[in-house]
Design a protein around this ligand. Structure first.
Ligand SMILES: Cc1cc2nc3c(=O)[nH]c(=O)nc-3n(C[C@H](O)[C@H](O)[C@H](O)COP(=O)(O)O)c2cc1C
Length: 205
């Protein structure tokens, strides 16, 4: 009997920190890599998406996947989206065996709730599940300056093995566009998710 390894699926959450474009580009790059994604978008992220990139997501969370597939020009079959109280979705349980999660960008509110295990919505519950299963959790926090509360939460999560990738693009590759700055950060997230991307720029390559 041949045992088939299921294709890797990831959870991608966008929360209400500034930098919604990072989240959109991550979804696009993961889809280009052929990865199925379970999308979770917080209410605050919907406000930021409107403010920063002029995107008005459909009210029906289930319809968000089709909307984003069209917006990003990626196959709809790779995107699934869920309401944040959908406790029956795969992301809500460790038994579903999804291959990791990224929260990009990650608000300080969500970061605090993940750090304290306050699983009040599906994003926080999914992160809690990844932590208890010792899976791969990648967070891209964005705030400045950082308070001791933010720093303590990040240290706690880092000590638990969470990959903390703050939205801090470098400039040594001499970016000439915002798109390049976004890709600089998204490349780092993809690397920490263990996803190979042909477009990834590597130091010394
Ligand atoms: C335009 C805009 C930009 C924001 N930028 C940030 C930010 O960079 N970092 C942050 O932690 N919160 C930011 N916030 C506040 C969060 O959206 C707010 O704390 C929200 O409750 C987070 O909810 P969530 O974690 O469920 O997404 C911003 C809000 C708006 C409307």
């Amino acid at each position: 009997m041949t045992i088939q390894t299921p294709a890797r699926q990831l959870i991608v959450a966008i929360t209400g920190a500034s930098g919604a474009a990072y989240g959109l580009r991550l979804i696009e790059r993961l889809a280009q890599a052929g990865i199925t994604q379970h999308l979770l978008i917080s209410d605050a992220a919907r406000v930021v998406l409107k403010q920063e990139v002029d995107i008005m997501l459909p009210d029906d969370a289930g319809a968000t996947a089709a909307f984003l597939a069209q917006y990003l020009n990626v196959p709809e079959s790779l995107l699934k989206s869920y309401a944040l109280n959908d406790w029956f979705s795969a992301a809500a349980s460790g038994s579903s065996g999804l291959g990791g999660m990224a929260i990009v960008p990650c608000s300080m509110g969500t970061l605090a709730r993940v750090a304290t295990g306050a699983s009040d919505n599906l994003i926080e519950r999914a992160a809690d599940v990844v932590l208890k299963e010792h899976g791969r959790l990648v967070l891209m926090p964005r705030e400045t300056p950082l308070s001791s509360i933010h720093l303590e939460h990040m240290l706690k999560l880092s000590n638990l093995g969470v990959h903390i990738i703050p939205a801090m693009p470098g400039f040594y590759h001499r970016p000439s566009s915002i798109a390049e700055l976004i890709d600089f950060m998204v490349d780092r997230v993809l690397a920490h998710l263990g996803v190979d991307s042909e477009d990834m720029k590597r130091w010394g390559a």
